[in-house]
Design a protein around this ligand. Structure first.
Ligand code: G3P
Length: 218
């Protein structure tokens, strides 16, 4: 399973990249605003900075909600760097725009997906990735992981090549659950990725190795 980090924070992206297990980055307008990236020029430069750090897929989201605006923005974003993936919300004009981008060879990430029906439309339009939001479904007592599994099964049954990019991941447990249902990608906070490393038996076992070595070798 691929790991993307879900942030626009360059320090966290660098730290995740240096872990040696990072496969990409997803951003969204809220994450960009959180970093205080203001204005078109600064946003474009920031996306290029992220691409230069990871040299892997970086999702950059359009802010337009109309077809013409999405097309204009998406083509500008795609032209910034070969690693840019144009992120488009799952609305009528977004699906139409994804179809256009597919025909132009521009890779896309259909975001704000909360149902198998939406995921089906994204795949039919040729989206490169589909982003079901696990955490936000869990937040309203629905089963986000179950949706990921349903989408994975649907795509496999029909042979769609759209990759299931589980998003809105809130915990290390969510990552493991995404593995269990066969998600292609999980886009996570750095803390969730780092949580995969933690096990007390590893720590105690290493401590014992070091103590036993020291008892003989000083
Ligand atoms: O970036 C898309 C998604 O990962 C957002 O997650 O935590 O805002 O629900 P969250």
């Amino acid at each position: 399973m691929k790991f993307f980090i879900d942030t626009a924070n360059l320090e966290q992206i660098r730290e995740a990249y240096e872990m040696g297990v990072l496969d990409g980055v997803t951003t969204n307008p809220s994450l960009m605003a959180k970093e205080g990236i203001k204005g078109l020029e600064n946003q474009r430069k920031h996306y290029i900075d992220i691409c230069n750090i990871v040299q892997a897929d970086v999702s950059a989201e359009v802010i337009s909600t109309d077809y013409e605006g999405m097309i204009r923005e998406g083509e500008e974003l795609a032209a910034l760097n070969p690693h840019i993936v144009v992120k488009v919300p799952c609305i009528a004009d977004g699906i139409r725009a994804i179809k256009y981008f597919t025909q132009k060879g521009i890779r896309t990430n259909c975001t704000l997906v909360f149902s198998t029906g939406q995921a089906l439309l994204a795949a039919k339009a040729g989206a490169t990735y589909v982003s079901p939001f696990v955490g936000r479904l869990d937040d309203i007592s629905e089963d986000g992981i179950a949706l990921v599994g349903q989408i994975v099964d649907m795509y496999r049954y029909y042979g769609y090549t759209t990759q299931v990019l589980a998003a809105s991941i809130r915990s290390t447990r969510h990552i493991i659950q995404c593995v269990e249902v066969g998600a292609d990608v999980a886009t996570c906070p750095l803390s969730a990725i780092k949580g995969l490393l933690k096990h007390p038996l590893t720590d105690s076992g290493l401590q014992k190795f070091l103590e036993d070595y020291k008892s003989i070798n000083g």
